[in-house]
Write a protein that binds this ligand. Structure first.
Ligand code: PLP
Length: 393
């Protein structure tokens, strides 16, 4: 298989089908079950002696092709697809952390991951500590005898704070911890955590991987050894599997991942520069801005600065809401990575369930907005933002 990203996003994954009609695109195997020509074959498949398909919860050719393409994209031995990013994150946690054990997680981690960890603590006695992985000496003081997993997100949603995957992976190795990285914001096009020392990489494929805002999906990738248990325990028995049609949409979306990311990045740079100069904008948080705290890390760790920008409006919550209500083209919506530019107000939506004190510590205040810069002409994106900013007194 060709190693170049652009090519592997289009051709990656074994063609499962050997389509008799020579279909260019992967056929969609929209089926729940697979029939066996002979009783002996059914027996062999259940015994694991024949690799053919049995039942879509345990594997489907369209889903397999997507998994193989993602494994290639992340330089992983294998990958598994799930029905959502949260299903992928829970699959990793439920498989690789046991009752009584302890997790170190990025402070400011994705909102639903935050709620999941809280539930796991209350129901299954799996504890966790939020840490700033940029201060590993301090993180070391938070280690417990039963710490087994590091859950890292970089850049982090919505503060854009970054951590060195290489340094945190080395820390994890030193202390014999497994390290999983949520790579949703960067995508494998901009950063490949496994090549920097991580053990597992997780995606909400709902975002840039799908790229068209029409599918909810997740992925976990890593070594055969680490994925084996995720497959048999979480994918097969918990069963939050990806549907064949969604896998088909993701295969389609992935073909354009590289060119979409290039445009997302180029547009974001132009918009970030304009926002930074606007008098109604107090601060811009963007990895491609030289004044951003993690600018140097972004330059070395990521191929480009990404399509996400957060910024603080100079004003209170009423001003921020007034600005949002003035936008005409840009929809107010959570999610990210779509062709459409999307804007969201984390403090009142995705991060509302986080205690106010914690939210303030993380910098998720009422003046903060998160912009997923889309694929429209940048001048139209800026035109809409500017006219809404101008209306603020
Ligand atoms: C959206 C998102 C998730 C959750 O993914 P779903 O597909 O919505 O379940 C997890 N992590 C990050 C960073 C996300 O942006």
């Amino acid at each position: 298989m060709n190693d170049r990203k652009e090519t592997s996003y289009i051709h990656g994954g074994r063609d499962q089908n050997h389509d008799p009609f020579g279909s260019l695109t992967s056929p969609l195997y929209q089926t729940s079950t697979f029939s066996f020509d002979q009783a002996e074959i059914g027996e062999a498949r259940f015994a694991g002696l024949d690799s053919g398909y049995v039942y879509t919860r345990m594997g489907n050719p369209t889903v397999t092709q997507f998994e193989e393409r993602m494994a290639i994209a992340e330089r992983a031995e294998c990958a598994l697809a799930f029905s959502s990013g949260m299903a992928a994150i829970s699959a990793v946690l439920f498989t690789h952390v046991k009752s009584g054990e302890h997790i170190l997680a990025s402070d400011g981690i994705y909102g639903a991951t935050y709620s999941l960890l809280k539930q796991m603590k209350e129901r299954y006695k799996i504890s966790f500590t939020y840490v700033d992985f940029n201060d590993l000496e301090h993180v070391e003081t938070k280690l417990k005898k039963k710490t087994t997993l590091v859950l890292l997100e970089t850049p982090i949603n919505p503060t854009m704070k970054m951590s060195s995957i290489t340094a945190v992976s080395a820390f994890a190795k030193k202390h014999d911890l497994l390290i999983a990285v949520d790579n949703t914001f960067a995508t494998p096009y901009l950063q490949q955590p496994l090549t920097l020392g991580a053990d597992l990489v997780i995606h909400s494929a709902t975002k840039y991987i799908g790229g068209h805002g029409d599918v909810i999906a997740g992925v976990v990738a890593g070594s055969h050894e680490l994925i084996k248990d995720v497959r048999s325990y979480a994918q097969k028995n918990i069963g939050a599997v990806l549907s064949p049609f969604d896998a088909w949409l993701l295969l389609r979306g992935m073909k354009t991942l590289a060119i979409r990311m290039d445009r997302h990045c180029a547009n974001a740079k132009k918009i970030a520069r304009r926002l930074a100069k606007h008098p109604k904008v107090k601060t811009v948080l963007f990895p491609g801005d030289p004044s951003f705290s993690d600018y140097e890390l972004a330059r070395t760790q990521m191929k480009d600065s990404g399509g996400m920008i957060s910024f603080h409006i100079d004003g209170n919550k009423d001003d921020v809401f007034a600005f949002l209500n003035e936008l005409t083209m840009i929809p107010l919506a959570v999610s990210l990575g779509d062709a459409e530019t999307l804007i969201s107000h984390p403090a009142s939506t995705t991060h509302a369930s986080i205690a106010l004190k914690d939210r303030n510590r993380m910098g998720i205040t009422n003046s903060l907005l998160r912009l997923s810069v889309g694929l429209e002409h940048y001048a139209d994106i800026w035109k809409d933002l500017r006219q809404a900013l101008q209306k603020l007194s």
